[in-house]
Design a protein around this ligand. Sequence first.
Ligand code: PLP
Length: 407
Amino acid sequence: MIRINEHYLKLKASYLFADIARRVTAYTTAHPDQPVIRLGIGDVTEPLPPACVSALHAATDEMAQRATFRGYGPEQGYAFLREAVAAHDYAARGCAIAPDEIFISDGSKCDCGNIQEIFSTDVTLAIPDPVYPVYVDTNVMAGRTGANVDGRYRGILYLDSTAANGYVPAVPSAPADLIYLCFPNNPTGAVATRAQLAAWVAYAKQHQAVILFDSAYEAYIRDPAVPRSIYEIEGARDVAIEFRSFSKTAGFTGTRCAYTVVPKSLQAYDASGQAHSLHALWNRRHTTKFNGVAYPIQKAAAAVYTPEGQGQTKALTDFYLENAALIRQAMTALGFACAGGDNAPYIWINVQRDSWEFFDLLLTRAQVVCTPGAGFGACGEGHVRISAFNSRANVETALQRIAAALR
Ligand SMILES: Cc1ncc(COP(=O)(O)O)c(C=O)c1O
């Protein structure tokens, strides 16, 4: 008899965004005359930068000619994109990352989910709370946790991110083997300082641990003192894997391109204590289970690094950050304590009540959709996340409606 992977049964029955969609559909079906503005799900709204669109067209034309047509490309990505990433995202910031340490993929969600496959199932996990749900759920699926008890899985060392620590967890006293960090953070919008990241690198060294550093929102950092990559921290090459995505940098959520950096100096151990290269393991995994990102998409991603692309992506992220500033000002003026929104496209709002109750209030009284913090973890309760990914007109209308509803 065929059996299922029973670890899937431990997953909490509902997925946050499915729950939100269900409530929004119920409301809009009952009130078809009241248009809803969605500031909940973190998808972008603005079109691709023109430099990327031109590159996409040109590469598509190449695919139409026998002389320039391409079939399978290198699984790890074309050299033109890996070299552009190494030069612009790393060498330019003083980080020694070689092109062949960069693995191009079709998304950071897949990479964050897939990477845990190269680690033992009995490693100890340290995961922030609140958190991007993919880190937790993929480890539950792999059997690294026990049951979910009162909203937390047994076997995970949760790193509480609260107002008290500025939403940046300090290193725990207990040891952990695999540590997830995400800065700028989804959902809190918090960023980590150089000293805070240095403490995590030192902790990982001390415990022979690995940090999985998700930097999907790096393009939103405006404070020059805030590190954009964990590799800006001395010694991080020996303890960290970094994930980056073109989704929020250049509007690629529907176009799909991202990359993962696995330095060659990074090692992990077998049961006898012998060290192995994680680069070699990830290369084996990537080339066995993935066949590369489409050539036109990689060309479009490489256009991000042209002078025009750099200007256009800066303008795009500036636009969303202006939305974020409007949201943060408006919610602060209404008396709420807010975090994020200055180096991140998310504003994390302490609503001082049940987060689903506040979600329902905004939906029914302002016809605005936010994301209830409880969906990101136990520490998210009492908060909601508002996303800056929307048109200016929608943001302004939503803020007027929220102010009117809460007055
Ligand atoms: C923290 C974080 N990492 C990764 C992703 C997924 O990125 P991608 O579109 O490249 O799969 C998201 C998307 O919302 C995210 O918030």
